[in-house]
Write a protein that binds this ligand. Structure first.
Ligand SMILES: Cc1ncc(COP(=O)(O)O)c(C=O)c1O
Length: 489
């Protein structure tokens, strides 16, 4: 006779919220939000000191929540770099929006798994709507589709995988690149100023980072169409051409329209990395700079850059999603949905690498629906005006020199002490500029990230924070000049 199996014992405690209510979210978040614009931007830290404040081993017994959160708040407030500060001009980092904390709290509270419509009907509907809004900004028609991803790096990788499927045909996925390329050398063509995520994607796709061939640029770091034409004639197996709509270092915009026409003639996939510049499409004054973008086969846009959205939020859009689908579509005993099913069966993992995904589109939806395109676009334009103002100040002051004028919102310039002083060699001026940048960072109110242009250190300001005003630009310029005078004696 069968014996009934024993019932698992009842746990003495539960982790239900009812028994362990979280502390008041407002009270926790308010000081973190308030600190977003507070100086200093950078706090000097030592990794070992911070690590010492975190248990080395996974704690066997939990700590009371109030105690834990109070300690965390202290650590986070005192030792976080404030990318949200209006004087933060380094890298291309999101300045965020006041609704970030609210939107992310909602994402956490819902904990949707946005694999597709069946797992998250409302979230999937919102994500698809935001993707459509963005596709409309690009100028794509109804056939376009896309997916939210964690960043521009993943978006570029995803686009390049679709490009490989376009180049090698639908069985590329099964055969792999070596067999699909049939002994030819697959290459990716882009300018040297293209973001390094393209090299990393080439490595991951088996193309090889060395097979990313640099196409010559003009003096403004824009890819030269004639050089692209020659490269396409020379190379026999081009996986894709990548154009930049805002390079990372100087914000240069490649000649997208000409590149699109050349790629179309060569039947070559044209991907546009608008991870940084994409936000400029929100502004009617700036959108014409991207003329030709609608002819790209795929586009990357980081919402966590110039759309002011919180990290992490990026999209890749496909003019015709069938190539992405031919790489990413998968079916199994446990998840079986047709590639072209009705909206109720839409699966985001058919167009990109992630299966389980958080509800990234919610902060974007709230931001777009609350602020509206015009207001966001005016802020983007204001960032560009601030960048132009900085460039004009660099032209105006005779101890500054403008290195690259902003096509978008990145300016590079240098401190240039009195001409005619023979002790001021180029090497000395380089050192002074390195030192100015480091001094500015060590103080409270501005941050410029280190970089070089044409091999020389420059002061680079990337202005993508909606809270940045002309006064911040003036403050930066004064401080650079004061430190410059001090250093050059
Ligand atoms: C032009 C460009 N593409 C791609 C990326 C990578 O984006 P993410 O950091 O979101 O992966 C960056 C990052 O700055 C970028 O500037």
């Amino acid at each position: 006779m069968n014996k009934l199996p024993p019932v698992p014992p009842v746990l003495p405690e539960s982790m239900s919220l009812v028994e362990s209510p979280p502390a008041n979210i407002d009270a926790l978040v308010a000081p973190l939000m308030a600190a977003r614009a507070e100086s200093p931007i950078v706090v000097p830290t030592r990794a070992a000191d911070l690590a010492a404040r975190i248990p080395r081993d996974l704690p066997a017994d939990g700590a009371p929540l109030d105690e834990l959160l109070a300690g965390l708040e202290d650590l986070l407030l005192a030792h976080s770099r404030r990318n949200t500060h209006p004087g933060f001009f380094g890298y291309i980092a999101s300045g965020g929006l006041p609704i970030d904390a609210l939107a992310n709290a909602m994402v956490g509270a819902l904990n949707q798994n946005v694999v597709g419509y069946p797992s998250s009907p409302a979230a999937a509907t919102i994500e698809r709507a935001v993707l459509r809004w963005l596709a409309n900004l690009v100028g794509y028609d109804e056939g376009a589709d896309g997916v939210f991803l964690g960043g521009g790096s993943s978006a570029n990788l995803t686009a390049m995988a679709a490009a490989a499927s376009h180049q090698f045909g639908p069985d590329y996925r099964a055969r792999g690149i070596v067999s699909a390329a049939g002994g030819k050398r697959p290459v990716v063509l882009c300018s040297k100023a293209t973001h390094f995520s393209v090299q990393r994607a080439a490595a991951l796709l088996g193309i090889g980072s060395d097979q990313v061939v640099a196409v010559e640029t003009d003096a403004q770091f824009r890819l030269r169409p004639d050089a692209l034409e020659s490269a396409l004639e020379r190379e026999e197996c081009v996986v894709c051409v990548v154009g930049s709509a805002g390079t990372t270092n100087t914000g240069a915009i490649d000649p997208l329209k000409e590149m699109a026409a050349i790629c179309a003639r060569h039947d070559t996939w044209f991907h546009i990395d608008a991870a940084y510049g994409g936000g400029a499409l929100l502004s009617p004054e700036l959108a014409p700079l991207f003329d030709g973008i609608a002819a790209a086969d795929s586009v990357t846009m980081d919402l966590h850059k110039w759309f002011y959205n919180p990290i992490d939020s990026s999209v890749v859009l496909f003019r015709d999603p069938k190539y992405a689908r031919s790489v990413f579509y998968e079916t199994s005993d446990y998840v079986a949905f047709p590639p072209d099913g009705p909206p109720e069966q839409h699966m985001f993992f058919h167009l990109g690498p992630d299966l389980s995904r958080r509800f990234r589109a919610l902060p974007a939806y709230i931001a777009f629906a609350h602020y509206g395109r015009d207001r966001l676009g005016r802020n983007v334009l204001h960032n560009v005006e601030c960048a132009r103002y900085l460039a004009d100040l660099a032209r105006y002051h005779d101890d500054l020199e403008l290195v690259t004028a902003p096509e978008l919102s990145i300016v590079t310039f240098r401190y240039r002490p009195k001409r005619g002083d023979v002790s001021m060699t180029d090497a000395r001026v380089d050192d002074i500029n390195r030192e100015i940048r480091a001094r500015v960072e060590s103080e409270a109110d501005y941050l410029l990230s280190p970089t070089t242009v044409n091999g020389r250190p420059v002061l680079r300001a990337c202005i993508i924070n909606h809270a940045t005003r002309a006064s911040h630009i003036e403050g930066l310029v004064s401080r650079v000049r004061e430190i410059g005078v001090e250093l050059s004696g």
